[in-house]
Design a protein around this ligand. Structure first.
Ligand code: SF4
Length: 406
């Protein structure tokens, strides 16, 4: 297939595909699906071998958010029966993180619900980072605390944070349909602040909110431009009690096409299968590993994932290996540009052969439609085929008396 040969060649050269080529990946048929996975897999192996990076979520503060992101189980007015609690103490967070690290994770993602942190919250997170790094110096810590004010990114960097997550989630054109309490520009501003402070930018998307193929391509090109080193790809978990509870728009095949499109647009960037992996890819998860080089181990912020050991078994059975703590995730040309070395901008270059290079969060299970957009009819469940049986609210780990899943 000419399209896939072209995209593979471009991915191996870190060359940017055209928008039309990215759209064409999303329009491929089920008959072509394994060819799409194989082509994206060649690009993945070129830059990341058969390594799978494991990340571990610690929900520092759950629910009770004043923002109104339609996809999020923690939103204002959410009726989802999720765990609700305020800030974990540093030692509680460190204990949860230790379980993930013992399970093989190399990055801990510290997430708190809310519009953004106060300066006092930054102090709390700094203490938490210290508690985690005191026990395990090699761990990567990513903070995800919402919109940042001036100097907060610098303070997190000084406290030892390695990365900051803030997802763009969807296209600029669609953004107002999913949230009214902040803007797409606010989100771009926070990713820019994090990047400017020397934090590695982690920013991704949520698919399945009723967006069009053009919206998906728009947000992925925007993530390339903004310099994201890691791109979490969330698949909407339609929580009962949220405005998007009936948005069951994804099939495993569509999820794989979306992942492949992200890989072709950002060939040398960490592509992470985030929230919704088990819910939407289901038995096709191992094929996702051929495209993405990163997943979350265990549970998500407000929903439960499959058992951590099942994640590890799946990786081994599929012929992949867990990335070790001492192994760099990013290819040398990107890591030499610094953890925050951007993508598609002067410093970076996901897909740019010329330039080397929640909550608001990944894994909320939040994240969807936004209304106003018609899902691709050939590639979706009927909307009345609700699979809410697949969504399990988290009842263990942080904020409970039960051991975390890792
Ligand atoms: S995504 Fe973040 S800001 Fe939006 S409602 Fe959820 S916790 Fe609040």
């Amino acid at each position: 297939m000419d399209l896939l040969d072209t995209l593979t060649a471009k991915g191996l050269r870190r060359e940017t595909p055209t928008r039309e080529e990215a759209l064409a990946v999303l329009a491929t048929t089920d008959d072509e699906l394994l060819d799409v996975v194989a082509a994206a897999g060649r690009v993945r192996r070129q830059w990341f071998g058969r390594r799978v990076k494991l990340n571990y979520l610690v929900n520092l503060k759950s629910g009770l958010c004043p923002e109104d992101c339609n996809y999020c189980s923690q939103r204002l007015g959410s009726k989802a029966e999720i765990l609700k609690y305020t800030w974990l103490k540093p030692e509680q967070a460190a204990e949860a993180a230790a379980a993930g690290l013992a399970g093989g994770a190399k990055r801990v993602c510290l997430v708190a619900s809310g519009r953004g942190p106060t300066d006092r919250d930054i102090d709390r997170v700094a203490d938490t980072i210290a508690a985690i790094k005191d026990a395990n110096e090699a761990v990567e810590v990513c903070a995800c605390l919402g919109l940042l004010s001036d100097n907060q990114a610098e303070r997190l960097k000084a406290a030892g944070a390695d990365a900051y997550n803030h997802n763009l989630n969807t296209s600029e054109a669609t953004y107002g349909d999913i949230t009214t309490t902040h803007t797409y520009a606010d989100r771009v501003d926070t990713v820019t602040k994090a990047h400017g402070a020397g934090l590695s930018a982690c920013s991704g998307l949520i698919a399945g909110m009723g967006e069009s193929d053009a919206d998906l391509v728009d947000v992925v090109f925007a993530l390339r431009e903004i310099g994201s080193d890691s791109v979490p790809v969330n698949f909407l978990i339609p929580f009962e009690g949220t405005p998007l509870a009936k948005e069951w728009n994804l099939t495993p095949q569509r999820c794989l096409r979306i992942l492949a499109m992200v890989r072709f647009v950002c060939p040398d960037v960490e592509v992470r299968i985030a929230g919704g992996r088990e819910v939407h890819l289901r038995s096709m998860q191992p094929l996702g590993l051929h495209i993405a080089n990163s997943i979350f181990l265990g549970d998500y912020l407000t929903s439960e994932g499959q058992a951590g050991q099942t994640d590890l078994d799946m990786i081994a059975d599929a012929g992949f290996e867990v990335e070790g703590a001492g192994e760099p995730t990013l290819p040398r040309h990107r890591s030499e540009a610094g953890l925050g070395g951007g993508c598609g901008t002067g410093g970076g270059g996901c897909g740019d052969a010329e330039a080397e290079t929640g909550a608001h969060a990944c894994g909320t299970g939040g994240c969807g439609p936004c209304g106003g957009h018609t899902p691709e009819a050939t590639d979706t469940h009927e909307n009345d085929e609700l699979r809410s049986d697949l969504v399990r609210v988290r009842r263990r780990g942080a904020g409970t008396e039960l051991a975390p899943n890792a």
